[in-house]
Design a protein around this ligand. Structure first.
Ligand SMILES: [Zn+2]
Length: 319
């Protein structure tokens, strides 16, 4: 939405002096991604906030077309009324945008658009539970194999409707599978349905979100203290019940771990937690060419003024 303005602002921001200096976000090395197979199935639901979220450069028009080409039937859900998208205000923008959504998604092969008509950009006061209940009902009604939508964990998205809808989506596709969630819907004849496949996207024109920009190396003693401090929180970590459950899972398959055989469940739980803390520390270390590490998004006090920071680094001298 409001794309021309967004592009103008982006161009303005990209040309700001000082953009190249300062402390840039260190994105990981780009690796080509594996090519996705289309999942098995026949029905998909595009759960979107707006009329146009399938067509823009960050949208899903290509994937929708491909799913249709590969035998899927699709339904597009417009959650808002799009009243602010266009020059006419309410109700004309709502009506025009809905009509255009209907026409545009037909081009892609979608044959139905459902409009929930929540007020555009003013969705924050809606109880999340209410929006989620609607999505759960739609999932149970259409029983999609695939759901498409925004990625709620790309939470840098400044668009309030994108954030609200994506979070409700992520919760709904999981909770729709449980009969004890909104059982009143089952009384209407709907059955629980868990969605097996998700394609989620986020806008990257606002930035990529926070990747860690530093790794902090740890030595063995620091790891040991980190493990001990972690497992000291016995109220929440290193619970004997967890170890008992793992033991049972192994025993059911006729397996055991010799290291924990002589330990009680509490001691075994500590071994498991210590293993995890070491494993994650070594993994982060390997990724960053050191033995063990933790990774962080690091900022210093001048980083919010990258030009000034650069000036101070270049010009400061020892007195
Ligand atoms: Zn949108």
């Amino acid at each position: 939405m409001k794309r021309a303005l967004a592009i103008a602002l982006w161009i303005a921001a990209a040309s700001l002096p000082g953009q190249e200096i300062g402390v840039p976000l260190q994105a990981p090395e780009y690796e080509p991604l594996p090519l996705a197979e289309m999942p098995p199935g026949k029905m998909f639901l595009a759960l979107q906030p707006h009329h146009d979220d399938h067509t823009t450069d960050y949208g899903m028009g290509g994937l929708i077309a491909r799913l249709v080409d590969e035998g899927y039937r699709g339904v597009y859900v417009r959650s808002s009324n799009d009243e602010k998208d266009g020059p006419h205000g309410y109700p004309l923008d709502d009506m025009i945008n809905l009509k255009e959504a209907d026409e545009a998604t037909k081009v892609l092969g979608i044959d139905e658009v459902v409009s929930l008509e929540w007020r555009n950009d003013y969705m924050d006061p809606i109880p999340l539970q209410e929006l989620r209940a609607q999505f759960i009902l739609l999932v149970r009604k259409y029983r999609p194999d695939v759901v498409l939508g925004h990625d709620p964990w790309m939470h840098y998205d400044r668009n309030p409707d994108h954030r609200k809808v994506s979070r409700a989506l992520a919760e709904a596709v999981w909770m729709a599978g449980y009969a004890n969630v909104h059982p009143e819907q089952l009384e209407l004849g709907y059955k629980p349905h868990r969605v097996p496949y998700l394609f989620l996207k986020g806008r990257v024109d606002y930035g990529r979100g926070h990747w860690p920009n530093v790794a902090v190396s740890l030595n063995a003693e620091q790891l040991r203290r980190k493990q001990l401090a972690y497992t000291t929180h016995r109220n929440v970590y290193a619970h004997p019940g967890t170890a008992a459950a793992y033991r049972k899972m192994l025993a059911d398959e006729g397996l055991t771990v010799p290291e924990i055989e002589s330990l009680n469940d509490q001691q075994a739980a500590v071994v498991f937690e210590n293993f995890f803390m070491e494993w994650i520390s070594r993994k982060r270390g390997r990724e960053n060419q050191t033995e063990m590490a933790e990774v962080y998004w690091f900022r210093n006090e001048f980083d919010h003024l990258p030009g000034l920071s650069d000036y101070l680094r270049k010009n400061a001298v020892r007195k």
